[in-house]
Ligand binder design. Structure first.
Ligand code: ATR
Length: 275
């Protein structure tokens, strides 16, 4: 019997998830289909119930439902609870189990770039929204030498610090302290939306960054933000958001099917699509 998978969001039009999952199913010869549904917030519960009725095997959850989905689930993974958001749900014998593959997906991609050195790094995270929560939480759980967060709205960074207190003592930095301390960071991560549009200001100045800094930007459209472009000559390595996108999809597939995903295929496919 054909397996059904889905993604729910509002709006949903821009999602590349159907493309990556359907072509991946096809290449592996899996009899499965992945469909996107635009679900407004007031219909979230009804949608989850409908998925159960229809025997949907698993689904992804995107903006604005990643937090609100939690009360509709039967079990939620510890890391997803720490992040406070679920992006992957699997149906196991009629029960919904929720995970967050954005966090682990980001970490896997990051370790590809930095290797084991990550644990010894001083890390600055720019931004304190939903994406930052996933990134900061996995870094705090993994362990790093220092975790600093700076955000336009400092109160949101303070909230994140409080949430992570049992793992690490986060340094919340205002803009001027972040600038002053910039030369001390080994890894700087942009989780804000700054860079999606060509005319955006830079998320952080680049002049004072140390030579051989690692730069990571969660944005993958454009593939290279102006910030990555400008920082690149000084950087040891740069990374855009594509590896996180590919890894979160691969991990979701593995949760749903308990089989290995073909990451090389996913990567090739999405890179071709983005060019
Ligand atoms: P996401 O889920 O992508 O993280 P979000 O939760 O809306 O989206 O968070 C957006 C992040 O980008 C926030 O850190 C936001 O800063 P505020 O918390 O101060 O809103 C940041 N951001 C967005 N536009 C920005 C801008 N023009 N300047 C500085 N930061 C910006």
């Amino acid at each position: 019997m054909m397996e059904n998978y889905a993604v729910i969001g509002h709006p949903i039009g821009h999602s590349k998830s159907p493309l990556i999952h359907n072509s991946h199913f096809e290449t592996l010869g899996r009899n499965a289909i992945y469909t996107s549904y635009d679900v407004p917030p007031e219909h979230l519960g009804a949608a989850v119930e409908a998925f159960q009725t229809l025997g949907v095997k698993g689904f992804n959850v995107t903006v604005p439902h990643k937090v609100e989905i939690i009360p509709f689930l039967d079990f939620v993974d510890e890391e997803a609870l720490d992040i406070g958001a679920v992006n992957t749900v699997v149906n196991r014998e009629g029960k919904w189990h929720g995970y967050n593959t954005d966090g682990k997906g980001y970490l896997n991609g990051l370790i590809e770039m930095t290797g084991d050195a990550l644990k010894q790094m001083r890390v600055l995270v720019i931004g304190a929204g939903g994406a930052s929560r996933a990134v900061a939480t996995v870094l705090a759980r993994h362990g790093v030498e220092q975790l600093a967060i700076t955000n336009r709205t400092t109160a949101r960074a303070d909230e994140l610090k409080a949430n992570l207190a049992r793992y690490i003592d986060v340094d919340v930095l205002d803009k001027s302290s972040a600038r002053r301390m910039l030369p001390s960071f080994d890894l700087i991560i942009n989780t804000t939306s700054l860079g999606m549009n060509g005319e955006d200001t830079l998320p952080m100045e680049t002049e004072d960054m140390k030579t051989n800094v690692y730069l990571s930007d969660l944005i993958y459209n454009p593939l290279e933000t102006r910030w990555l472009q400008i920082g690149k000559p000084k950087a040891k390595a740069i990374q855009n958001g594509l590896s996180m996108f590919i890894e979160q999809a691969a991990l979701a597939y593995e949760i749903w099917t308990e089989k290995h995903a073909d990451r090389a295929f996913m990567s090739r496919m999405i890179r071709e699509e983005m060019e």
